[in-house]
Design a protein around this ligand. Structure first.
Ligand code: AMP
Length: 113
């Protein structure tokens, strides 16, 4: 698993990324290797390594990340046709970046999982 520095650098504006939304809690930017016409990553501004690190004290961030993802899907005009939200957790799911992130995918018919 790669370390978290690349997403932290995006939040800190030390690495270039196509940021499409940000607020006090989350940042959303285009995936560098898009797997669909719309492929956006939504991350918390405060570091969380993976879903396994969600606990009572930080669980509200998940709701906000999902809420922002849905709003972005609407703004990107993929909500009516449909889209997919994925969170990979650890190696069996293929999580490569050690920083919690939602994948928002859409803009084409996605292979059924
Ligand atoms: P995962 O496999 O779930 O950890 O997803 C990590 C995602 O981060 C992959 O889809 C990568 O293409 C994406 N990614 C890696 N580095 C960057 C970057 N600098 N900017 C945007 N997306 C990135």
């Amino acid at each position: 698993m790669l370390n978290n520095s690349i997403f932290k650098k995006i939040i800190d504006k030390k690495t270039k990324a196509n940021i499409i939304y940000e607020d006090k809690l989350v940042t959303a930017f285009e995936d560098i290797k898009p797997k669909a016409p719309v492929h956006i990553l939504i991350i918390p501004n405060t570091f969380i390594a993976s879903l396994n690190d969600i606990k009572e004290s930080n669980k509200d961030i998940i709701a906000h990340m999902l809420y922002v993802s849905v709003n972005i899907a609407k703004q990107q005009k993929i909500s009516q046709e449909g889209y997919r939200i994925i969170i990979n957790c650890n190696k069996n799911a293929g999580q490569e970046i050690n920083y919690l992130h939602i994948h928002l995918l859409g803009g084409k018919k996605l292979n059924k999982i």
